[in-house]
Design a protein around this ligand. Structure first.
Ligand SMILES: C[C@H](O)[C@H](O)[C@H]1CNC2=NC(N)=NC(=O)C2=N1
Length: 76
């Protein structure tokens, strides 16, 4: 579930292992490139944390962030 805090959408994802996490990250990267809208994220072994905001709009949450979050959810 995404939460909205400090002008960012945030969600933490957990996978079976690093390989699964990285497959997910590769798909997110392709989505991000397609939208020209990129995540701030961290990866530690099987965990991926993502923060979404729109820098061009002054680092706030916009429709683009909500759209990317929705597309990311559909990868799961
Ligand atoms: C120049 C380029 O179009 C912009 O920097 C794009 C790239 N990716 C981006 N990603 C995010 N998250 N926010 C932006 O405002 C943004 N802008």
């Amino acid at each position: 579930m995404w939460t909205e805090n400090n002008n960012k959408l945030y969600r933490k994802f957990e996978f079976a292992d690093f390989k699964e996490a990285f497959v997910f990250m590769t798909s997110v990267a392709e989505l991000a490139e397609g939208m020209n809208h990129h995540p701030l994220w961290t990866n530690s072994y099987n965990k991926v944390e993502i923060w979404l905001s729109t820098h061009d709009a002054g680092d706030v949450v916009t429709e683009k962030d909500r759209e990317l979050a929705e597309k990311i959810d559909k990868l799961l």
